[in-house]
Every structure is written in structure tokens, then in C-alpha cells.
Design a protein around this ligand. Sequence first.
Ligand code: ARG
Length: 432
Amino acid sequence: MSAAAAFAAEPATPAAPRLVYVKAARLLDPKSGTVLPDQVITIEGDHVKAVSALAATTLPADAHVIDLGNATVLPGLIDCHTHVTSQPENFYEDLFRKSPIDEATTSHLYARRTLLAGFTTIRNVGAGNYVDFALRRAIEKGEVAGPRMQASGPALSATGGHGDLNGMSPYVRFEGDINGVADGVDAVRKKVRENIKYGADVIKMLATAGVLSEEESVGAPQYQLDEMKAIVEEAALWGRKVAAHAHGAEGIKMAIKAGVASVEHSSFIDDEGIKLALEHGTYLVFDIYNDDYILAEYSRLGYPDKIIEKERKVGRTQRENFARAVKAGCKMAYGTDSGVYPHGWNGKQFFHMVKWGMTPMQAIQAATVNAADLLGWQTKVGQIAPGFYADLIAVKGDPLADVTVLEKVDFVMKGGEVYRDRLAGQPVKQFE
Ligand code: ARG
């Protein structure tokens, strides 16, 4: 018998899968938009095996049961716009006294805070020097506690654009910096390929000017339509979607016409932009919490006045336009731009989304089923249903009555492992 045949003949002895039963008095199902009373979620390994009514479920005598009491159980939340590798402390110090090594050393803390806040999946749209790919690898290997991650690597930016180093002497360069600056159809195609080569799951493009950068405008387009189209087309060739940062009305429309999957920020979207987004099925990701944080903290953090001024132009209008887009029925996914404000505060945006026109259920859907759809992970995350990852969270109170209870998540399970538990006394996963 050949070695291969002997190997094939080995009797298969898979370890009996350990089933875990989670009792949920209130199970919020964003797919149907309902809350189901008294359910049992059966978990096998890292995924959900079944969801059934408690009354109709026989639990084995020695069953491992996690009873979450009266808490509301819901799928792990998804933030479609994070920058988990960094967090601002001081504008000039961050720029000149730190290096990518600092980011690489501290990003695991931010990933952990994000996960413990109930965000079991993130789409990280923009990180320099591929730090995001390294972080994702460590999380996937189980070496670091963090959410499931889609990562973009460096955001594609025009020279002088939102992703370039602006406002400095022409002699200021960061040696070896891996960024996303690329101009012209050929160069942007190459940059897309390069990002994918090193690990990009998604491509981030800076379609317009931004707030937290020193170019003059806050919303002018920064790529030509042919460059935007080339980015989307090239990404599609490699099976990747494109997320476009766009504040200004014109750049938003160009990005939608180019075929991006989502427009980030969407601040000055006009009626035509809303109409185009509806026609193309483009997701809008409005980061409508961080205005509060920037206006309250960024002067203290040493940001140039120019930047604070830009934020003043964006904040309120963006919220008003969020309300218009909700009314118009645009596809919306939850994305916060965490990393502009402290990681772990990702849940604070729910309040604003409800204040500006969503029902609490719509806001939760934006952060679960819609977000999963945007990520292309609609059969993996965003629901507690058979075959999905066992990513679930629980909160005390009723998020449909008061959505801010999602700011304090008391139980977090990702892939069947418990990472936080203030409800049922379960041991949490250790990293040693
Ligand atoms: N990263 C974004 C930018 O610099 C942040 C915008 C924050 N402000 C806001 N109102 N959403 O453009």
C-alpha cells in the first residue's frame, strides 16, 4: 500500500464538536426586523448550528448553557469605516515623533477595544504601510483579540490630495513611507494591484478633498472620472469592491457613476446624488458622530485651525443630508471613522442615526445585515442564523426603546469564543 493510500485509509476520528447553547429571552433579528422571545442559539465550533424556541428545544443533561437572562441578544455589530491602526493624540507629535512602528505596536489595543464594544466585524478603509494587513493576520491567527477584518491598505489619493502629506515644505518626506498616492489611469491601476498583492480585501479611494488634511477644499473632486473608473474596473478584475471617500456633491456623483460600492462621508450629497445612489444601489456610509469629537477635542490635540474650520463646514450639513438620504430610502451601512475618535466608542453613532431620522431597528440593520451586504459577507455575519459565524452580543435593556444601550455591550462572542461577559459568568478567551 502506498503511503498516500495508507493515509487515506486512516479511520477519521474527528473530535466530537462541542455544542454550546445560548439562552436568549429576547433575540433581535435584524433580517426580519423583529424580536423573538425565549430562543436558544445552538453553537457548534465557530458557527451557529440552529436557532429554536426554548420551549421546543431539548437541552442535553450535560449541556454547556450560557444563559443571558433578560438581556437583548443581537448579532455582532459591524463598522464599515474604521481606521483601527491609529488614534490621534497630538497632530505634530503623531506626524513627526512617531513612525509606523508605533502604529504596529499599539493597534492591537484598538482592535481589542473595538471587539469588546460589540463590533465583531470591521471594514478598515485606510492604513499606511500595510499595518492593517499585519493586524488582520494576527487576529485571524488568534494571537490578538480583535474583530474580523476587511482591510484596504493605503487609500488611493491624488498628489496633493487627502491622502498625501500636505501643507509642509517640499523637503519634508517620510523615507520609505508606503502610501496610496497615484495619479493617472496607469498608476492607479498599478496601485490597486499593489495593494491587492500585499493583502487588500477592499480598495479605498479618496474621490474628494477631506477634513483632516491640509489641502484647501473640503469637498472638491481629486480624481478625474477616468481615474475613478479605472480604479473600480481594476478592483473588480481582482474581485474587490471600492469604497470612495467623498464629501462634495460633484465627487460623490462621479464616484457613484464610476461604480463604487459605497460612498463614505457623503456630506454634501445633493438630490441628484441621492437619485444616482438609489439607481446604482450604492451604499452611503455617513460618519455622523465624529463631528462632536473633532469640534470638542481637536484644538486641544494641536490640529491646525484650517482643519477645524473645515469640520465646521461639514458637520451639521452632513447630518441634515443623512436625514434626507434616510427619507429617500437610500441603502445605508453603519460606518463611524473610528480612529478619528477613540476606538471602542464605535456605538456612539447609533444615537445620532436615530436622532437624524432612522428608527432604532433601521440603525441596527445598518450595522448588521446592510453592513454585511456591503462587505459581501451577507452569508457569514450580520445575522444569528444557521451557518453564520457565532458572532453575537448582548446588552441590558431594550435597544429599540433606547438605542444608546448599544454603547455599553455586556457580552461579546466572536466565532463561538467569549471575549466579554458581565452577564453569565463565563470564562473569557485568554491571550497568553
Ligand atoms: N476622515 C474624514 C476626513 O478627514 C473625517 C471627516 C469627519 N467629519 C465629519 N463630519 N464626518 O475628511
